[in-house]
Design a protein around this ligand. Structure first.
Ligand SMILES: Cc1ncc(COP(=O)(O)O)c(C=O)c1O
Length: 284
């Protein structure tokens, strides 16, 4: 069955043309996005994702494509038409269509696109069981990584370097030698003193939805917790390391630049937090 996408007002096969050449998302990466996981028919952390979408739009002075209730209806309709229960829903809003010129009119009509793809349960299980390997790369991004912009060139180049190195993720390192975040994940460690650490959410990182939920879980579980940047050296000497993102929730990290983390297996805290995350979404 061909997948169905929502493209600027129409439900249509994904492969049909729909986007105009002068869409500013296409020509300038002038747009924002969200990735929401569907688990057994339920959209996880939906309100948090839609709040962050609003934030990204506001920060870039891009209009709202539609009201929140209407957006939720479209999300459900795309999922219904694709008959999926476990999937990843991609939502993109570009600033709109206009003759190519860097500056923009605030009155442009935003273009909304949604696509969906199945989420493989076996891949999730393998990642939770075996963990992932990570390399470090210089962080070459701009100062507003808190905005979930579709402008992702440094992120895709970082992820490609990981792929070339036959590992799954790249952690980005700032000029002070501190870890910012992964190419498409937030970075965490349990440091040598037993503190769970992740960088504070300012302009250098995206305030991940899984990050936000896990901070609450960690507090509730009474874990020693610090929102504080950590260096690449501290990460390599950590008891545990892991990445987080909506696609898989928690990705235990078993090595960084070939250096084994802890005993080289997914750590206890990463596994406990992964289980806690799934529970939060069962009760919400
Ligand atoms: C750069 C970056 N950091 C962090 C994340 C994790 O965010 P979330 O937990 O909202 O999926 C993502 C997800 O796409 C990302 O692209």
């Amino acid at each position: 069955m061909s997948r169905i996408a929502y493209i600027d007002g129409r439900y249509q096969p994904l492969t049909w043309p729909g986007i105009q050449v002068e869409d500013r998302g296409y020509q300038f990466s002038d747009g924002v996005y969200e990735v929401v996981r569907l688990r057994d028919g339920n959209l996880l952390d939906e309100e948090r994702h839609l709040d962050r979408l609003d934030y990204s739009l506001q920060e870039l002075s891009i209009g709202q494509p539609m009201s929140r209730p209407a957006l939720k209806l479209v999300m459900r309709e795309v999922l219904r038409r694709n008959r999926l229960q476990n999937a990843i829903l991609y939502i993109q809003v570009s600033r709109g269509v206009a003759p190519r010129e860097h500056s923009f009119e605030e009155s442009l009509k935003p273009v909304l696109v949604m696509t969906v793809r199945p989420l493989s349960a076996s891949k999730r299980e393998a990642i939770h069981r075996d963990g992932i390997e990570v390399i470090s790369v210089p962080d070459q991004r701009w100062a507003r990584c808190d905005i979930k912009s579709i402008s992702l060139l440094p992120n895709i180049l970082a992820r490609q370097k990981a792929r070339d190195a036959k590992v799954q993720e790249a952690w980005q390192i700032d000029e002070q030698g501190m870890v910012t975040e992964g190419a498409a994940t937030n970075a965490w460690i349990v440091d040598s003193g037993g503190f769970l650490r992740t960088r504070p959410a300012r302009g250098e990182i995206l305030n991940g939805i899984v990050r936000q939920v896990l901070l609450q879980c960690a507090e509730q579980a009474g874990l020693k917790l610090k929102q504080e940047a950590f260096s690449l050296d501290e990460a390599k000497a950590a008891k545990e390391a892991f990445s987080t993102a909506s696609t898989m929730a928690v990705f235990p990290v078993v090595s960084i630049d070939g250096v084994k983390i802890g005993n080289g297996k997914p750590g206890d805290i990463a596994q406990k937090l992964a289980a806690a995350y799934e529970r939060v979404n069962e009760t919400s």
